[in-house]
Design a protein around this ligand. Structure first.
Ligand SMILES: *[C@@H]1O[C@H](CO)[C@@H](O)[C@H](O)[C@H]1NC(C)=O
Ligand SMILES: *[C@@H]1O[C@H](CO)[C@@H](O)[C@H](O)[C@H]1NC(C)=O
Ligand SMILES: *[C@@H]1O[C@H](CO)[C@@H](O)[C@H](O)[C@H]1NC(C)=O
Ligand SMILES: *[C@@H]1O[C@H](CO)[C@@H](O)[C@H](O)[C@H]1NC(C)=O
Length: 613
């Protein structure tokens, strides 16, 4: 008996804290049993668990997915709707899709397939028929960008080809070097007033050559290239970039010299369509910690045009890296200088020199960022969507360096690897791809927050607000209220017609008759993982057991007797918000009802409790 008491005391202590250490946990967990995520399978010859899945948007709920040798056009508008197809693009077992880009000349798609070094790139119609094919050079798993007739892509690794290169419109490659580079993203920055100044930014991680004990293994980098670059003269840098400058990204705590140096993924938040404004970098350090830092493209461009160079430029008449109309006529001195890969002295710092806006021990691997509009005159909010190697996705509110994890989605079977994410910002839908499936997550599904105003406001989800007229947590609009900054649910009472703040449920107390000396369990569903849940008997706290698997707090009655009779209430407390989540009235009965409300799912818990007693 002493053991049982001890176990309960331990459990009681644990339950006084929210699950897994408070605000670093997602407030809400949404699995396949909570939400019916629309999903489309990627079935076909050549698609297996090792296939990479690339996603591209056509619009109106139509998605292209490339996996292995197959191209799928998936429709999420309705179940089994028209317009779905899949097409085998090549048959060689070594062959695979390497590049998928939004098409040009009226074609929805531009696709490259490669077998070894043999690449073919084609325009593609929605029915999968291709035209205008050219041979090229591309590798799978590398970032790419099709701008007009020029395809920009990258080559990671140590080979002589590594770097950014352009094909179709005068092939250009990077001057060779020995360092290992892994490319993550190519971002364009157009200049409407002067197309000559159009630039590209390539984000990558470089292995450090300096392998001293104090030095980082990786260096996060960004390079800048002029789109107008035509390569060098016949003698120097012919068919190679003459405008490429190299910089270093900084993400971490400079005062403690603690940096996140391995760049894993980059997301772009446009200020207007096609206008890259903010760049979000997802980094990792040597201790498997992740951090997200945000940069302004203008700041990066500013460093490239003002910083000193690591190699002195005294002998040069002009500043290296300027965009010119004919780079083949640049002076030999400048071309020779560019051959060495000029690097900036200043680092690229985050916006306002801020610390990371998120630091986490979760194994995030991909990032997407969305902007969600606020009410009139307000700026709105940014939401980060971070996928984990374990198959979950976090929806995170950006809030200074104090992020708020709104929800954790589990769209797949546990253990499924997420290979790609695609955000449809106009429809507020997120698509996540594994090797065998594409799943749609509706970011504006506000019914997941329940049917009470306080729960809706506490969610701090910028996509959602409380609609008093319809008494519903609804997609955010002019007619809804929200408080994304603080989750202050007092707002619910202010403009309420009939106050429906939520909180204590009146009435509806189930009376449960339990036979004498039997064992009984009372479940209390855990809705918010930021709340503390407690079981109270006639106002006094009772020991209980957290069942994380089933997301419930369980009160165990070992041996039902007259002392156990009474009113039991499970209360959740989140900040100032107390809510009765479950309540029962227990009575000793003469008849045998025993384990009536003990679900099968509790079996492991029951077993554990028995073993320990
Ligand atoms: C929205 O959420 C509700 C409640 O969790 C769920 O039943 C429903 O399937 C969801 N709908 C969509 C489209 O995700
Ligand atoms: C596919 O679409 C293209 C362009 O829309 C059209 O020219 C072609 O005839 C179509 N092919 C088939 C097999 O339907
Ligand atoms: C971040 O959230 C806290 C509450 O958790 C709030 O007090 C603060 O104002 C927010 N900061 C920003 C920059 O939005
Ligand atoms: C919520 O419950 C706690 C613990 O019982 C209590 O201290 C607090 O005053 C309650 N808050 C409100 C607003 O009722």
């Amino acid at each position: 008996m002493a053991q049982v008491v001890l176990v309960f005391v331990m459990l009681l202590v644990c339950n006084s804290l929210p699950l897994d250490g408070g605000l670093h946990t997602a407030r809400l967990q949404l699995t396949r049993s909570d939400v019916d995520f629309p999903r489309r399978e990627l079935h076909g010859y050549g698609v297996d668990s090792s296939s990479n899945t690339q996603l591209l948007m056509e619009g109106d709920g139509l998605i292209y997915a490339g996996s292995g040798q197959l191209l799928f056009r998936l429709s999420f508008q309705a179940e089994y709707s028209q317009g779905q197809m899949h097409e085998t693009l090549c048959t060689d077992s070594e062959c695979g899709i390497t590049v998928m880009q939004p098409g040009r000349d009226g074609y929805p798609l531009f696709v490259c397939t490669a077998t070894g070094d043999q690449t073919t790139c084609c325009n593609m119609a929605a029915n999968g028929s291709s035209s205008g094919c050219v041979s090229d050079f591309t590798r799978g798993g590398e970032p790419a960008l099709l701008i007009g007739d020029a395809l920009y892509t990258t080559y990671s690794g140590t080979g002589y080809r590594k770097g950014v290169y352009r094909s179709h419109r005068g092939t250009l490659v990077a001057p060779s070097g020995q360092v290992d580079q892994r490319y993550v993203k190519i971002v364009e920055k157009r200049n409407r007033d002067s197309p000559l100044q159009d630039k590209l930014y390539a984000f990558y991680t470089e292995k450090s050559l300096d392998q001293g004990p104090e030095s980082d293994i990786y260096i996060p980098r960004v390079s800048q290239i002029c789109m107008s670059d035509l390569g060098g003269s016949k003698d120097i840098l012919q068919f190679q970039w003459t405008s490429q400058l190299i910089g270093r990204l900084s993400c971490g705590d400079p005062s403690r010299k603690l940096y996140y140096t391995e760049l894993l993924d980059v997301a772009v938040l446009p200020s207007a369509p096609g206008e890259a404004d903010r760049v979000y970098g997802l980094f990792r350090n040597g201790w498997q910690m992740r951090a997200v830092c945000v940069y302004s493209v203008s700041d990066i461009s500013h460093v490239f045009s003002t910083s000193a160079f690591t190699i002195p430029t005294d002998s040069l008449k002009e500043r290296p890296g300027k965009c010119v109309s004919d780079s083949q006529r640049l002076s030999p001195d400048l071309l020779k200088y560019m051959k060495n890969g000029p690097e900036m002295v200043d680092w690229m710092k985050p916006v306002d020199n801020r610390p990371p806006l998120l630091v986490s021990h979760r194994h995030y691997s991909h990032i997407q960022v969305d902007h969600v509009g606020g009410t009139e005159g307000q700026e709105g909010h940014n939401v980060l969507l971070l996928s984990m190697e374990s198959g979950a996705v976090h929806k995170v509110l950006e809030n200074g360096s104090d992020p708020f994890i709104i929800a954790e989605y589990h769209p797949f079977q546990p253990g499924t690897r997420i290979l790609s994410m695609l955000l449809d910002s106009s429809e507020k839908k997120l698509y996540v791809g594994s090797s065998g499936e594409v799943v749609q997550i509706d970011l504006r599904n506000c019914s997941v927050y329940g049917d009470q105003c306080a729960d809706c406001i506490l969610a701090r989800d910028p996509y959602c607000g409380w609609d008093h007229a319809h008494e519903k947590c609804s997609p955010y609009s002019q007619n809804t209220i929200q408080d994304v900054e603080d989750g202050e649910f007092g707002k619910c009472a202010e403009d309420a017609v009939s106050p429906s703040i939520g909180g204590d449920k009146k009435g509806d107390v189930d009376t449960v008759d339990i036979s004498k000396s039997s064992r009984h369990y009372l479940p209390c569903p855990v809705e918010s993982h930021h709340a503390v849940h407690r079981w109270l008997r006639d106002g006094e706290e009772r020991p209980s057991l957290m069942d994380k698997e089933q997301r419930q707090l369980v009160l165990l009655i070992e041996d039902m007797g007259p002392d156990d009779e009474g009113y039991y209430r499970c209360v959740s407390t989140e900040g100032d918000y107390n809510k009765t989540v479950a309540q029962y009235f227990l009575r000793v009965s003469s008849g045998g009802q025993g384990l009536r409300s003990c679900s099968l799912a509790l079996a492991p818990l029951v077993l554990m409790a028995l073993l320990l007693s």
